[in-house]
Design a protein around this ligand. Structure first.
Ligand code: SF4
Ligand code: SF4
Length: 423
């Protein structure tokens, strides 16, 4: 569908004050005006509303945006830049079409967890046979441009048996206080099963009855590439799955998933029966840190004598305004010395698969984050988004920093079970 009325109104609302410059990670590393929200909005308005520019003229401004929404924190008009950029990408894709690889990923693999799991095993195969490192050493990966450079961000794939194996870790809880559905997410199901296992143990520790339904991808990757139809299709599947469940909340420790799941209410404005069902679903979604603090954090923990800092994932800090809950959890762990990192809420440059299309820009943003991390001298950098974890761990290694990067649930699980060992 063409640009929505809401986006057209938002495009006209920008008063060109330029306050958004202060929050834009891309502007900070390039100094280029069209990389600010003001610049992007001006160009998108000219091309898609006033028809003074060609689509090709806005390709870079629209696809260079991290959709981090940090600019929104500085905007007196409250303009939601990510909504504008997603709308512009949708319009560009509508006119230009999706590539075959996007169609395969968003329409075949992401709606089918078993197929996605089989595909993810290919990465494991490439790791265990040495194919991936051989391709890197021989320079083969460089032949595929940014994607070839960025493949090193993805760590070796662990052994994973997928969603069904994760569901088997759920135990029966005597006298449960709560009942939730755990939205595992594509990454934890296929590339970080240890995070899924830790999440279930933490929920059990809070006497929470857990079900692990066969949810599909949240839809954010498809929406990020402008394939809004695929994102809506994935949302419909998840909403239908949840309607069969008797749970008080749908929880996930992935900040990106929780953010997009909470936006389902906005996806179906032009359809009949779906807006209400989508709003019901979205109203039940909780980020795990938000849920634990809401129900009362269990503070029976072992000591973890570490200096810990925290990186705010954009989808938690800027989209859901969840900043305090993760810090509350970290600060409640006995022995932890918490140190705040400068610009902790500034994007790390991960932004989904941004580095796979814009490696050099992503690395410039990451470099700024690593400078700030180095100043903390932290032993552990905690965050709660798998994309951020991969990017930050890659950055720490690349910059020779000794800091270990981990998911919040892994640190908390350590505190609940063994204490001082490395997460
Ligand atoms: S969403 Fe992020 S990258 Fe995009 S203009 Fe705003 S601050 Fe810059
Ligand atoms: S801060 Fe908001 S209103 Fe001001 S230029 Fe940026 S996007 Fe426009």
């Amino acid at each position: 569908m063409p640009l929505s009325e809401e986006i057209a109104i938002a495009l006209r609302k920008c008063n060109r004050c330029g306050f958004c410059q202060a929050g834009c990670p891309i502007y900070k590393v390039t100094g280029v005006e069209w990389e600010t929200a003001r610049g992007r909005i001006e160009l998108v308005r000219s091309a898609l509303l006033d028809h003074n520019l060609e689509l090709k003229d806005i390709d870079d401004p629209v696809f260079h945006c991290l959709t981090c929404n940090n600019c929104v924190e500085h905007c007196p008009a409250g303009i939601q830049t990510a909504d504008i950029i997603f709308g512009a990408r949708e319009e560009i894709r509508r006119r230009q079409g999706n590539s075959w690889i996007q169609k395969m990923l968003f329409r075949k693999l992401l709606p089918n967890p078993s197929l996605l799991h089989s595909a993810s095993r290919l990465l494991r195969l490439a790791d265990v046979t040495g194919l991936r490192s051989a391709a890197r050493k021989t320079g083969l990966t460089r032949l595929i441009g940014d994607a070839g450079k960025a493949e090193a961000i993805v760590p070796p794939a662990p052994s994973s048996e997928g969603l069904a194996a994760i569901a088997r870790q759920v135990k029966k809880i005597e006298n449960p206080k709560h009942k939730v559905a755990y939205f595992v997410g594509c990454h934890a199901a296929n590339l970080s099963p240890a995070v899924a296992a830790a999440t279930i143990r933490i929920l059990h520790k809070h006497r929470v009855d857990v079900v692990v339904p066969e949810f599909v991808c949240c839809g954010l990757p498809a929406a990020g590439y402008g394939d809004a139809d695929s994102a809506r299709e994935l949302a419909r599947k998840n909403i239908d799955t949840a309607r069969a469940l008797d749970v008080e909340a749908i929880v996930t420790p992935c900040g990106s998933c929780s953010s997009y799941l909470k936006e389902y209410g906005k996806l179906f404005a032009d359809e009949n029966e779906w807006p209400e069902k989508a709003a019901d679903f979205a109203g039940k979604v909780k980020d795990l840190s938000e849920f634990l603090v809401d129900i009362g954090l269990n503070t029976e923990m072992s000591t973890v004598r570490k200096k810990v800092t925290y990186h705010d994932p954009c989808h938690l800090a800027h989209f859901q305004k969840i900043r305090e809950q993760p810090r509350t959890i970290i600060k409640n762990i006995p022995g932890v010395e918490f140190v705040e990192m400068a610009e902790s809420n500034m994007c790390c440059g991960a932004a989904g698969s941004y580095a796979f299309n814009h490696y050099d820009l992503s690395m410039k943003v990451l470099e700024r984050k690593m400078d700030n991390l180095a100043k903390t001298s932290a032993d552990i950098l905690v965050t709660n988004c798998p994309g951020c974890v991969m990017q930050l761990a890659y950055g720490a290694k690349k910059h020779g920093l000794p800091t270990r990067t981990t998911e919040l649930v892994e640190l908390l699980d350590l505190a609940y079970h063994t204490g001082d060992d490395e997460p």
